[in-house]
Write a protein that binds this ligand. Structure first.
Ligand code: ADP
Ligand code: GLC
Length: 478
């Protein structure tokens, strides 16, 4: 099959969160299955753009009352896998993917509408790998609200005039809290025929996530439990009625087990694997030294690697902090986002310099050293569609302590001393964090063999993309 991915984030080109990891890794797995995959994202002007060559192709899209010219740079990433970076001045600017220090960019509706238009030109116009373009017989796989207009445009701007006739559209929901809502009056800028207004309308506003749900052939959510939650009033982010009506399937994410492998990860102080974790001890010592914490192998090192957003429930960690910091533990936090949370973790570190290190920022190599050096990874999320940090944690031998929501339920099985099965600790209500930590730490201190078993169970679990890639393949076929 010929598969076109459209996403605002793709690792390693541009990453804010797990969306990037998924759109970086799933295409590789699909390409390995023999499909021809093209991944499109805006060229934000990041370091990796130099990998790509300019195709020379230029197209024009009419949006918000003017023609916009797009350029296309191609990176042949692997066999059967091309990455096409969309070039336009609206993408190439300082700051992040969605905004800068002053907040979200004011023209994001335009930017992502342009991404969606440009992406759909790729299979028709952009030659790949010395051959021709992908062609019209494609499966479109669009991700989250920024890419939702690709599904709408496929119908409205192309199939309506006989292009991409046999194409199928799959829309994946990674996070339904972000819905791409804009004033209804902006509809006129999208260059869609009036009959498509209903598809993008949400309560008088434009609702892009909603538009993706109703124009795709199939909708997926990134874990079975999240799919269930989306159909419920409490977990549907106001769209539960729609989630109950559309064909929605939960497919659990995987991780790129080649890229995230403690045996080969060049960022680590020493390699290790499940049956020989000596190197992990070296990684822990190196991390403690790097972050200015006392180098003590016997103290349990807890880590959080997270966007600092209400979703992630980090306030519950601050609540248990007085109790937690009376224990002989170390806590390492890597993240950025909400200024109040950044400040609170900075303060905690300032008050407990021998126990807490807070690194405010976004640093992928450091995140790797933390997964490797940590004994536990905490994921106290209010909601978590899938969650990847618990997966990287398990792969690197950092045992997860997670709230029982979304994909965390589908990926972390509670440790059972009776059976020797289980990969971590889970709790249901936010107040349950302290008790879960109590048992996790108790196991570390009093039952080291049990702890070693939980860690080993997680390290040996198979989180590769192969299973999920087969599930997507079946959906693409229809
Ligand atoms: P979300 O997509 O909601 O942010 P996930 O758990 O799916 O949550 O994915 C988060 C991804 O971002 C993981 O790859 C994690 O390692 C990474 N990450 C989060 N915060 C940081 C940070 N401050 N520095 C480096 N990587 C981070
Ligand atoms: C979203 C979700 C996260 C998920 C990621 C990748 O950002 O918040 O839970 O793992 O997408 O699907």
């Amino acid at each position: 099959m010929k598969i076109l991915f459209v996403s605002s984030e793709v690792a390693p080109y541009a990453k804010v969160g797990g969306l990037a990891d998924v759109c970086g890794a799933l295409p590789k797995a699909l390409a390995r299955l023999g499909h021809q995959v093209v991944v499109t994202l805006p060229a934000y002007g990041r370091a990796l753009d130099h990998l790509a060559w300019d195709s020379g192709v230029r197209t024009r899209s009419w949006l918000f009352g003017i023609h916009h010219e797009l350029g296309y740079a191609v990176h042949e990433a692997a066999e059967n896998l091309s990455v096409v970076l969309l070039q336009h001045s609206a993408f190439h600017r300082g700051g992040g993917v969605y905004g800068d220090a002053h907040g979200g960019f004011g023209d994001n509706l335009f930017r992502f509408a342009l991404m969606c238009r440009g992406a759909l030109e790729v299979p028709r116009a952009v030659p790949l790998g010395g051959g021709g373009p992908l062609g019209e017989d494609i499966v479109l796989h669009a991700h989250d609200w920024p890419a939702a207009l690709a599904c709408v445009n496929l119908r409205a701007a192309y199939q309506a005039v006989g292009v991409y006739r046999g194409a199928r559209a799959v829309f994946t929901v990674h996070n339904a809290a972000h819905q791409g809502r804009y004033p209804g009056a902006e509809f006129g800028g999208l260059d869609l025929a009036p009959r498509w207004r209903g598809a993008v309308d949400w309560d008088g506003d434009l609702g892009l996530l909603k538009a993706g749900l109703v124009t795709a052939d199939v909708v997926t959510a990134v874990s079975p439990t999240f799919a269930e939650e989306l159909r419920s009033r409490a977990g549907g982010f106001g769209l539960d009625g729609l989630f109950r009506r559309v064909p929605l399937q939960g497919i659990l994410n995987g991780i790129d087990v080649e890229d995230w492998n403690p045996e080969t990860d060049a960022a680590l102080a020493a390699p290790y694997r499940w049956d020989d974790v000596a190197g992990k001890g070296a990684c822990k010592a190196a991390l403690q030294a790097e972050l200015g914490l006392p180098v003590r192998p016997e103290v349990p090192l807890l880590a959080i690697i997270s966007r600092m957003d209400a979703q992630k429930g980090l306030d519950s960690v601050l609540e248990v902090a007085p109790w937690l910091l009376r224990q002989d533990i170390q806590l390492v936090v890597l993240g950025s986002g909400a200024p109040n949370l950044e400040a609170a973790f900075r303060q905690l570190a300032a008050r407990h310099p021998h126990r807490v290190h807070a690194e405010i920022g976004f640093d992928v190599p450091l995140s790797r050293r933390i997964y490797a050096g940590a004994d536990f990874i905490l994921v106290p999320s209010r909601f978590e569609p899938c969650g990847l940090t618990q997966l990287y944690g398990m792969r690197y031998g950092a045992v997860p302590v997670v709230r029982s929501v979304g994909g965390l339920v589908d990926t972390v099985t509670p440790w059972s001393p009776a059976t020797g099965q289980g990969t971590g600790w889970r709790y249901a209500r936010p107040e349950g964090l302290q008790e879960a930590l109590f048992w996790a730490l108790r196991t570390w201190w009093d039952y080291p063999e049990a702890f070693a078993q939980v860690r080993e169970n997680g390290m040996r679990a198979d989180w590769s993309w192969d299973r999920a890639a087969r599930q997507y393949e079946a959906l693409y076929r229809g």
